[in-house]
Design a binder for this molecule. Sequence first.
Ligand SMILES: O=C(O)c1ccccc1N[C@@H]1O[C@H](COP(=O)(O)O)[C@@H](O)[C@H]1O
Length: 200
Amino acid sequence: MWIKICGLSTDAAVVAAVANGATHIGFVFAESKRQVTPEYAKYLSRNVPKTVKKVGLFVNESLANIEETIATVSLDMVQLHGQESAAFADQLSVPVIKAFGIKDGNLPAELLAFKQHIILLDAPPAKFAGGSGHQFDWEKVDLAMLSGYHFFVAGGLNTDNVLDAIRIFKPTGVDVSSGVETSGVKDLDKIKTFIEKSNR
Ligand SMILES: O=C(O)c1ccccc1N[C@@H]1O[C@H](COP(=O)(O)O)[C@@H](O)[C@H]1O
């Protein structure tokens, strides 16, 4: 199971994610209360082993700026959380996770064009493009449409519901940000519990 802990902005949270077995860690470079600069993400990454994938999250950012951040931080992957096209994703130099906000359980037709990329299912955008802690309507999703895709489930996951998400979707991975926070700050115990439960 891929386990991605996203929106990291402190050494303690990075250490907790890595030490407890996260396979992916995420840094937000888009507008967000979790936004970090490329230089700071590079600093936070200094002791992260190569086995843990560093993912940079962007929303409708230019190709040039994304590539510059990939180089500065040595990102392994990028997560595109806006309206980026498959043609845009195809041009990036590292593997891409493309996020889709799922409304009323409807998977977008666009999914087909992203077949060679990794998909991330999230709640529809609210104030920001993501990271709202909101869940989408799991029961309405046509799971057969996800056959053949590598995909993360995200959106409002937490230590209480991650096992249900895994049971229902049988995803390649799970992704969390708000659900491992307390009062808006990454909670080291919740990170540990989330990873342990995801690995069950
Ligand atoms: O985390 C953010 O602040 C963020 C900002 C803009 C776009 C996406 C963002 N986060 C991603 O949203 C999903 C769901 O997050 P949550 O667990 O519901 O808080 C996840 O992929 C985050 O990486």
